[in-house]
Write a protein that binds this ligand. Sequence first.
Ligand SMILES: Nc1ncnc2c1ncn2[C@@H]1O[C@H](COP(=O)(O)OP(=O)(O)OP(=O)(O)O)[C@@H](O)[C@H]1O
Ligand SMILES: [Mg+2]
Length: 673
Amino acid sequence: MSIYRKMLIFTSVIIIVPMAIILFLSNTILDNQINQSAEEYLKEAFVIANNLLSSRMEEMGRLSAGITESADFDRELQNRDKESIYGFLNNTCKVYSYIDFYALYDADKNLIINKPSIRNANAKRLGQLLAESEKSRDAVTSVESFDLEDLFGQGTADYLKFRVYVNDQHEYLKKCLTAVSVYAIRNREGNGVSGYLVMGAILNNSRYLPTAYSDSVPNSYLALSTEGIRVASNIASPESENYIGSPMPVSVTTLEGTNNVYFGKKNFGGEIHIYLDKMITNIDGEDVGTIGVGIPEQKFKLISNTQKRINFFVPLLFLIMILFLLRYVAEKITRPIIKATNLANQISQGNTDVAIGISTLADSNDESIILLRSLKKMADTLKKNKADILEYLKDLEDGREEQQHLSQQLIALNETLEKKVEIRTQDLREAIEGLKKSGQYKSQFLANMSHELRTPLSSIISYSEILKAELFGPLNGKQKKYTDNILESSEQLQQLINSILDTAKIDAGKMTLDIGNYTLSEVIRESLSIVEILAYKKNIDIQNNLLEEDIIVRIDFRKTKQALCNILSNAIKFTPDGGQIKITSSQIGSSIRIVIEDNGIGIKKEDQERIFNEFEQADNSYERQYEGTGLGLPLAKKFVEMQGGTIYLVSEINKGTKVAITLPININHGDFK
Ligand SMILES: Nc1ncnc2c1ncn2[C@@H]1O[C@H](COP(=O)(O)OP(=O)(O)OP(=O)(O)O)[C@@H](O)[C@H]1O
Ligand SMILES: [Mg+2]
């Protein structure tokens, strides 16, 4: 997708989405505002309608006061001069034609005159109003719902004039909505009431109020009702007659629950009206009817639709302008990029002789121009590099022959080297073979030699023992001593040979295990029995701390005993006369541990590891003082390790040595070799 398209889509999304949201919100707000302003408008219209009604009543009050205030009227009232009074009142009513009836009462509330001859029917309500007027210096005004028949008498001209036909009930309404003013006439001394003047304007079928309202609030409707039936209205339409005598859109009970005001919409003959109705109450606060104003909704819709159109078209225009602008900008941006793409294509095809207009290369901070300049630079560099490479290739070609010669020499050298390495490797292999063989020869020799030595040595020992036992006759002191020496030396020699033989056997891998069940105490005791004599000779005390409960161990008895003997004999050998040796045995998990501790000469730290190697002994002075070959400990180590055990040594010079061996309690045949 081209940059231009991308920018177009991106900008459209960026603009259209918020624009749609704003449009939706502004239309919603507009609708709300229209509703609100319609309500405000109706409230104001209602005040006008209400004022018209009030001012009508107040005017009647002012007229009553004006008429009765004159001295003439007072005198005529005193004299009950009905003719003159009629004259006064009729003149006034002629000027103020909306006054439909009046009545004059004396101080005792007896009717003096009335016109037209209103009947006594609503006497009770009138009586209440007369009484009310006494309390006020001004006229008392009230809207009342009088019984039409009781007021004028059935069939009279006024009755016929003011009656309202209720369309859907097919009969006439019995009530008439009436604006009344009652004025208490004060006597001239000012100390009492000399009579009462009542004036009334019937609102049923009245043209005055609706017309006055239409003049003040154009295109607005007014309706007055009593008993839920419209009795006066300015609604003019082909069916205008139907509005007077039609039921109110809202029942009076609905108004009672909503602060006596109802704001709503209603379809009148296909036209939606917004209207506001309010309860009319008389001076005692009793509901007598309603007064309502309304307007066709279309009036406000018109404003709203115009605004909505503006809301839609202005952003649309704006969007179109932006799109054009964008097209221009995108073209401006993409042109150098397209140029750069072409340039890059040419370069990629190997054409480094690219040319750009001089004006394009002029100094500019525009990124696309910078891109073009960079591409040109790159093309130049490539061109130069290409030339360098060609030159380099030529150099390479020149040096190739020499290189070939060198590489041949290298190959020859390499071959010589390989041959030499092969010969040396062969030599080494043979040397290793030789060494291996010589090791085997050594072991074999040692084994053979020891075996050869053991046979004559056994004979020497046997003969020495026979001599010592004096089986061939008694020996003298010297003979006895020599015989003892022979025996002792032979036994030592035998011991040495055995050790060498064992070592050789182990080295040759010919030593095998001979496992059997033994008690731990048995092994230690057997070992002790062999070395006891040596300890006895040096007056060394051996303390054997046996376990309370003896353990049965599966071990190679001879090898374990030999290992223990070697360690014990060392302890005795390297402990001065009168010293002490302690044997402790314990069970640690599935192993046993035997520790042999002496308080002898001890071993230097640096010798402690070395002495486990064959023929190694601690320093020379020991060697001189103590006999031995240095095979005891290495053999002990080998015997223990053959059985899967370990041996270790702790020693301090002049304090003593502690040697510990551990062995698994249950060694299986074949586990170790
Ligand atoms: N308990 C010990 N106290 C002090 N030195 C010891 C003790 N045990 C071993 N050594 C030192 O370790 C050396 C090696 O002991 P090892 O038993 O291998 O040889 P050896 O006793 O000298 O000769 P062999 O046991 O073959 O007769 C000894 O010569 C001695 O110097
Ligand atoms: Mg030893």
